[in-house]
Design a protein around this ligand. Structure first.
Ligand code: PLP
Length: 428
């Protein structure tokens, strides 16, 4: 493949945009080389500025669950745009998408729309703090909840100590209110709660982790968190920015039959436009301004174009009774196919999968938390990534990302991908 124009465009971008990108992982720092510049996309494929066609397994990091340029979404946005792009006043479509979301997701009465997953998680935590009157939160190592200060925390000297910021600019004060726990380790969470009695407002978690590769919760883990939260007057916040409207109509709450107190959304809910949302039962949501004391706002929140895209997307997911089953079957097919060729080529690996989220770790051990995810062989991943790219398959340029399967992928595309893995495996 030739990436001449992409390289030239990246060189231009670097002059005026830090690192040439508007979100760091796009820069290929983890895998080397220069990023691909996209010209357009349709269905399962990206077309880059050099004319290469790539089968896409990133799908804008999750939103494009029905494929790129999905007709009903495009049509809804185009029609809306003709009538004005932002008003900063209430519009009927906001209620329509809210009603639909509330009807699809279990255990929520009201939903508030924002502009990103980061905003959703940040606001959910503020609401949890305001509602409980407590300051501290527990998050899990390897879970990403956006780039808001409280979430950019990694382990200090030990998992039971206070967090330290892992980005300059996050104050120690903020970091001290974020306690870090090990994913899939209930004892660790229990110990943190004991050591911080009556101080913890919420536990925030990706119910299926997708930001350290895909890591499903082990049996009993989410229920254990629910029980701990109930026992200690702590709110359970499910960050369903990735899993919402992807794992099932009702997301992880429905899939695992566990109720969260606050649920965060992003990605799919916006159909590819900048949307996030957070939702809960009435007694919690009524704590938000203007009804309650917890302030949260946004000039572009509930933007008509974004709502039109989201409504078209959710409508499709709501009426197509088979879509989540189809997504699961396609992902299972890919899983089996990749496992088979990697085994045949004697490549040490672990594949994790839940629904249409899947990741390949280049290590033989079970991957259940950040430490086990970090054991993956990064050098093997880099070679794998570039090999796949040259074969016409675009996976995330980082070993810690999940692949997102879209309904636009045909079985021919999946076979093409498995054949590419087979070819690349011979070079690893
Ligand atoms: N939460 C999760 C689970 C995510 O995966 C992400 C982004 O990848 C976010 C929150 C932040 O969302 P956004 O990038 O829209 O701010």
């Amino acid at each position: 493949m030739i990436y001449k124009r992409s390289s030239a465009l990246f060189a231009e971008a670097e002059k005026v945009i830090p690192g040439g990108v508007n979100s760091p992982v796009r820069a290929f720092k983890g895998v080397g080389g220069t990023p691909i510049f996209v010209k357009e996309a349709k269905g399962a494929y990206l077309y880059d500025e050099d004319g290469n066609r790539l089968v896409d397994y990133i799908n804008s990091w999750g939103p494009m669950i029905l494929g790129h340029a999905f007709e009903p979404v495009v049509k809804a946005v185009v029609e809306k745009a003709k009538k004005g792009t932002s008003f900063g006043m209430p519009t009927e479509i906001e209620t329509q998408i809210a009603e639909l979301a509330v009807s699809m997701v279990p255990n929520i009465d009201k939903i508030r729309f924002v502009n990103s997953g980061t905003e959703a998680c940040m606001s959910a935590v503020r609401l949890a703090r305001g509602y409980t009157g407590k300051d501290k939160i527990i998050k899990f190592a390897g879970c990403y909840h956006g780039h808001s200060d409280s979430f950019l925390i990694q382990a200090g000297s030990g998992l039971s100590t206070f967090g330290v910021p892992n980005s300059p600019g996050v104050t120690k004060g903020t970091a001290q209110d974020t306690l870090l726990a090990r994913y899939n380790d209930l004892d660790n969470v229990r110990a943190l709660i004991e050591a911080n009695k009556n101080e913890i407002a919420c536990i925030i978690i990706e119910p299926v982790a997708g930001n350290m590769g895909c890591i499903p919760p082990v049996e009993g883990f989410l229920q254990g968190l629910r029980d701990l939260c109930d026992a200690h007057n702590i709110l359970l916040v499910f960050d369903e920015v990735m899993t919402g409207f992807r794992l099932a109509k009702g997301g992880a709450q429905e899939l695992f039959n566990i109720n969260a107190d606050i649920v965060c959304f992003g990605k799919v809910i916006g159909g590819g436009l900048p949307v996030g949302a957070f939702a809960a039962r009435n007694e919690i949501m009524n704590y938000l301004a203007p009804l309650g004391p917890v302030y949260q706002a946004g000039t572009l929140s509930g933007n008509p174009l974004a709502m039109a895209a989201g409504l078209a997307m959710l409508t499709e997911l709501n009426v197509d009774a088979e879509v989540f089953k189809r997504l699961e079957e396609k992902t299972a097919y890919l899983h089996l196919g990749i496992a088979k060729v990697l085994n045949e080529n004697k490549i040490l690996h672990t594949i994790n999968r839940t629904g249409s989220m899947i990741s390949v770790h280049f290590d033989g051990a079970t991957v259940i938390d950040f430490d086990t995810a970090a054991k993956g062989n990064n050098e093997t991943f880099k070679t794998f990534f570039h090999g796949m790219l040259n074969a016409g398959v675009y996976i995330a340029p980082s070993a810690f990302e999940t692949w997102f399967i879209t309904d636009a992928l045909s079985y021919e595309d999946l076979d093409f991908t498995i054949a590419a893995v087979n070819a690349v495996a011979k070079t690893l």
